[in-house]
Design a protein around this ligand. Structure first.
Ligand code: S3P
Length: 172
């Protein structure tokens, strides 16, 4: 059976799309950020502030290890999860990596009043998004098994495309 892993930057729709995908396919849904918040009893912002980004990244790595015997899950990952090659390796053992992307201005618009993304606590969010994406995009694209640009598609459409991909793979 296996799992489906959603990767990509903040604000591309991983959680919303992941929840709907899981419900359409009668799979379980898991969001690595929510799992970390539960484990630590703190929000991601609090973890970044109190312990630093490195500590958060170590927690992410621990989560990937802890998920290795999971099956039948749609797993939505934090935007920085695939920056560590060991996480990519662990996630690929669980299932295909579906990359969701969006244009920087669309991401900035979606996240304009959001305050729970510590990396975007800067005056010019869009500039920061572009800067981080410049570094991350090559990594995102190189590890992805399938990609969808969610800038202008509905959640439903994105879900249908992922289902199409997963089904085509299981018959090939
Ligand atoms: C991060 C993305 C966030 C969260 C943390 C760091 C990143 O998750 O893990 O704020 O480095 O891109 P989402 O992608 O779910 O917003």
């Amino acid at each position: 059976m296996g799992n489906i892993i959603l990767i990509g930057f903040m604000g591309v729709g991983k959680s919303e799309i992941g929840r709907m995908l899981a419900s359409e396919l009668t799979m379980n849904f898991l969001d690595t950020d929510l799992l970390i918040e539960k484990m630590e009893g703190k929000t991601v912002s609090e973890i970044f502030k109190e312990k630093g980004e490195g500590y958060f990244r170590d927690l992410e790595e621990g989560v990937v290890k802890a998920l290795q015997d999971y099956d039948n899950f749609v797993i939505s990952t934090g935007g920085g999860m695939v920056l560590r090659p060991s996480n990519v390796e662990g996630l690929k053992k669980l299932g295909p990596l579906i990359l969701l992307t969006s244009e920087p201005d669309v991401i900035a618009e979606r996240l304009k009043s959001v305050e729970d993304r510590p990396l975007l606590e800067v005056p010019d969010k869009e500039a920061e998004i572009r800067k981080i994406l410049d570094v991350r995009n090559p990594i995102y694209h190189s590890v992805a098994d399938f990609e969808i640009d969610t800038s202008r598609v509905t959640i439903n459409e994105a879900v249908e495309r992922i289902i199409g991909y997963v089904q085509s793979k299981s018959f090939s």
